[in-house]
Design a protein around this ligand. Structure first.
Ligand code: PSU
Ligand code: MN
Length: 302
């Protein structure tokens, strides 16, 4: 595991660090804009006073914090492997280039000593999962990795209700940030509620510290709705969602290709509207994650 110097120094000094995943860069955003957006996400973390640590596998080595070359490779290389926890061993042993998902990023961040992690949307239970068994590896991973994960909920292409039930079963903490609604990624409200609401980053840091003191090993999911005025128009969202689900069936897409396919479908068919929403919500999450990391670094309970 190679930890970038800036990241390792910050960790040694007890300063705020935020982990960032790389699958959103390689598989979640169109190649034309992915490197630029990846840098904007890192800048949003810095603007709120923390050090960003984007995580990926480069030439078979785990990298915690990417230099310019590595970040460009993840953003543009056509052979980058979407790597969840089960892929890590093979990606490393084969010397491949791997982009980490929420599950594998959380795992590697925790091993590197990073407590707070920002992403766009969490993986979840797919519609029809009672037949297909398609549940993201993100969910069981969060049941045993004690990080704070800031996300804009899950996309409504998933079965939101089932996802929330699974999070409860797995004892994963769930706190809404200044909202009682569980967000639906492109939209502020998925139609479901969260069990707890926090009004400040400091409150979330206290929650994390309290969980640590008890030795709880589950993650704390911080559900941060897309900012006011930035969500996708509801009608466009509904229409695209229906078309995306149909295309998924028509093209017989399964397994790890499902999520990238659906994201790509949205970006393509909304002519950039969903892409802009995606960018806005990720930057918002990066900023909140940095504030939480800063609060945690300043906390006497840390
Ligand atoms: N949700 C998004 N954008 C993404 C992902 C999820 O809105 O890019 C990515 C994350 O890396 C997440 C992964 O961990 O997809 C989940 O994939 P799957 O559903 O195959 O587990
Ligand atoms: Mn899946």
């Amino acid at each position: 595991m190679i930890i970038a110097e800036e990241v390792s120094t910050a960790l040694q000094d007890g300063r705020a660090v935020v982990a960032l995943e790389s699958t959103i860069i390689s598989h979640g955003l169109p190649t034309e804009s992915s490197a630029r957006v990846a840098r904007e996400i890192e800048a949003a973390v810095r603007d709120s006073g923390a050090v960003p640590a984007t995580i990926a596998i480069v030439a078979g080595q785990v990298r915690i914090g990417l230099d310019d070359d590595a970040l460009d490779q993840i953003a543009t290389d056509g052979n980058v492997v979407k790597s969840s926890i089960r892929d890590l061993g093979s990606v490393i042993a084969s010397g491949s280039l791997g982009a980490t998902t929420v599950a594998s990023t959380a795992y590697l961040a925790h091993r590197a000593g990073i407590r707070v992690f920002a992403t766009g949307g969490l993986g979840g239970v797919h519609r029809g999962a009672s037949q297909s068994f398609d549940e993201s590896a993100d969910l069981p991973a969060l049941a045993h990795i004690p990080v704070a994960l800031v996300c804009a909920g899950v996309k409504s292409i998933l079965d939101v209700h089932a996802t929330l039930e699974r999070l409860e079963t797995l004892s994963v903490g769930l706190v809404g940030y200044r909202s009682e609604k569980f967000p639906g990624f492109y939209i502020q409200d998925s139609g479901y509620a969260v069990p707890w609401v926090a009004q400040s980053a400091a409150e979330i840091a206290d929650t994390l510290a309290a969980r640590d003191a008890l030795g709880l090993e589950q993650a704390l999911v911080v559900a941060n709705p897309i900012p006011d005025g930035k969500e996708m128009p509801r009608e466009l969202h509904e229409a695209t969602l229906a078309a995306a689900l149909e295309a998924l069936q028509d093209n017989k897409i399964t397994g790890k290709d499902v999520t990238p396919f659906l994201l790509g479908f949205f970006h393509e068919h909304t002519h950039g509207v969903s892409l802009q929403a995606n960018i806005d919500l990720v930057l918002n999450n990066a900023g909140l994650a940095a504030q939480i990391a800063v609060s945690l670094a300043a906390s006497p309970l840390r």
